[in-house]
Design a protein around this ligand. Structure first.
Ligand code: ME8
Length: 509
């Protein structure tokens, strides 16, 4: 039986969740909902990364007990994802006992099999990345390119895990499937990094420096390196039940992330899995970065940060989901409240929302509040139905993270075509002409039939508005179960009472 397991990165809790965190987790939700519509059982995890030096620093600054601080921070992320209508199956925290036990088990096993070695090491450590950096990874001023801070020189005795002996296997595995990494450019970037030998990975931190982590089972003076702990969330999430579930889900795992963390995910992670006796993941889907309007980095001091909670308060959750989906593929994209408002008015209020309200109000009034029963469907109306059904089937079967902006363009083309068809047919004139009654009923029926298909297919992206639209057409809300959906004309039952017609997207001035 086919399955799908979708994961997001687990987010550092050293600050409040921002638009980037909302983005990946909403995209995972959308991909999960489409996967269920293809009839595929799908498990979806997200969560928080709560150990390591960076988090330790903020715990110390907060003056609160660690567990209290972490619980409050994790709740902020969970609350945001709930507000975003994210149907995750698991919100994991790396402080969960099940997870910590699994990480300790893997560490002990690798140690027992001689894969972990203790030695002294000197390196340049970036706390922001929680990673040692090679000089090639720094800018011309010797700073981390992501954090623009100078990494600190550290000499320490630590535990190390050898990567180099897996390099050849990793290169071959990366070349084995064209569908493994999308966009393709990231595979080339990683293969470029793999031209050089791989240094051993430092997988411990002495408690004298970092007390906040998972204790090494074979040396209580150390905790696990935070990335070694965090990456294993992808395994521990689907090992919380019985092991049969693990094989079922892990056999088709897709990791979603932005481009900032591809090295840890595509170099370290498959090697860690291989050493620990697990198969590597099946897919990586990598999106770009959100940057402020004009291309500036978002920062509090510049006042251009887009707060997801604020966007939801102003425009509603569907406007946020819609903007993110429409504008982010594999490359960086711009965001501001002004851009969101413009998109809201153009696409949602004036196009999709207006289409829904004018058709529904008219049909409701002229067809006694019921789905009309046409004697036959006229040829141009049939053509429209066939086009809508075929295009939506294609969307549901081919949707992928990187091509979501193209998918949204197709949805807008369908809306345009429906608007044009309705304008050209002029059913408000037909209704007054006795000789045009058959065509009048055909146009009204077909517009409703196409709208119900349209909003069923849009449901994964804008669930709240789609549900309202479907209620107005007298259709039940799609379930969050793996039930294969296909689109074909005439599934709408004539005589079905229409429901309340709400304005899906009131214009914002
Ligand atoms: O890296 N645009 O956590 P993190 C788009 N804990 N997406 C963004 C973004 C932006 N400007 N900023 C962040 C970590 N993201 C580790 C991960 S996983 C085993 C451990 C999203 O809080 C995007 O998904 O820094 C990115 O990969 C992730 O947040 C990084 O989150």
């Amino acid at each position: 039986m086919i399955s799908k397991y979708i994961t997001t990165p687990i987010y550092y809790v050293n600050g409040s969740p921002h638009i980037g965190h909302a983005h990946t987790t909403i995209m995972g939700d959308i991909l999960k909902r489409f996967s269920l519509m293809r009839g595929v059982p799908t498990y979806y995890s997200t969560g928080t990364d709560e150990h390591g030096q960076k988090i330790q620093q903020v715990i110390e600054q907060s003056g609160l007990p660690a567990d209290q601080f972490l619980a409050a921070q994790a709740k902020e992320f969970k609350d945001l994802f709930d507000r975003c209508n994210v149907a995750y199956d698991l919100f994991m925290r790396t402080t969960d006992t099940e997870h910590m036990t699994l990480v300790q088990g893997v560490l002990q096993d690798l140690y027992d099999r001689g894969m972990i070695e203790k030695k002294e090491y000197t390196g340049l450590y970036c706390v922001g990345c929680e990673q040692f950096k090679t000089t090639a990874e720094l800018d011309e001023l010797g700073r981390c390119k992501d954090h623009l801070t100078e990494p600190q020189k550290q000499t320490e005795t630590n535990y190390f895990f050898g990567l180099e002996q897996h390099r050849e296997w990793l290169v071959n595995w990366l070349k084995s499937s064209d569908d493994l990494i999308q966009p393709e450019s990231y595979r080339r970037e990683i293969l470029g990094m793999l031209k050089e030998p791989l240094e051993d990975l430092c997988i411990s931190r002495p408690k004298s420096r970092v007390w906040h982590g998972i204790e090494l089972p074979f040396d209580t003076n150390y905790v696990s390196y935070v990335w070694f702990d965090a990456l294993f969330n992808y395994v521990s999430n689907v090992r919380r039940g019985d092991a049969a579930d693990f094989d079922f889900w892990w056999s088709n795992a897709t990791h979603l992330m932005a481009k900032d963390i591809i090295k840890t995910h595509i170099i370290y992670w498959p090697i860690m899995l291989r050493a620990a006796g697990f198969e590597p993941p099946k897919h990586y889907r990598i999106h770009g970065y959100w940057v402020a309007e004009g291309g500036q980095k978002m920062s509090k001091s510049l006042g251009n940060v887009v707060d997801p909670n604020d966007v939801i308060d102003t425009f509603g959750v569907d406007a946020l989901r819609y903007y993110l989906t429409k504008n982010m593929g594999g490359s960086d994209a711009h965001i501001s409240k002004g851009l969101i408002e413009a998109t809201y008015n153009t696409d949602l209020a004036n196009n999709i929302g207006n289409l829904h309200s004018r058709v529904l109000k008219f049909v409701f009034k002229r067809c006694d509040g019921k789905t009309p029963e046409p004697a036959e469907i006229a040829e141009p109306d049939r053509e429209l139905q066939n086009y809508v059904a075929k295009t939506l089937d294609n969307i549901v079967n081919t949707v992928d993270l990187i091509t979501l902006p193209d998918t949204m363009k197709t949805f807008l083309q369908i809306a345009d075509r429906l608007n044009t068809h309705y304008n050209d047919a002029e059913p408000w004139k037909m209704v007054k002409d006795e000789s045009q009654q058959n065509r009048f009923l055909s146009v009204c029926y077909v517009m409703l039939d196409c709208l119900q298909m349209f909003f069923r297919a849009l449901h994964p992206i804008i669930p709240e508005a789609a549900e309202k639209a479907l209620v107005s057409i007298g259709i039940k809300t799609p379930s969050l179960e793996p039930v294969a959906v296909s689109f074909s004309p005439d599934t709408l039952e004539p005589g079905t009472p229409l429901g309340t017609i709400e304005n899906l997207f009131p214009r914002i001035d």
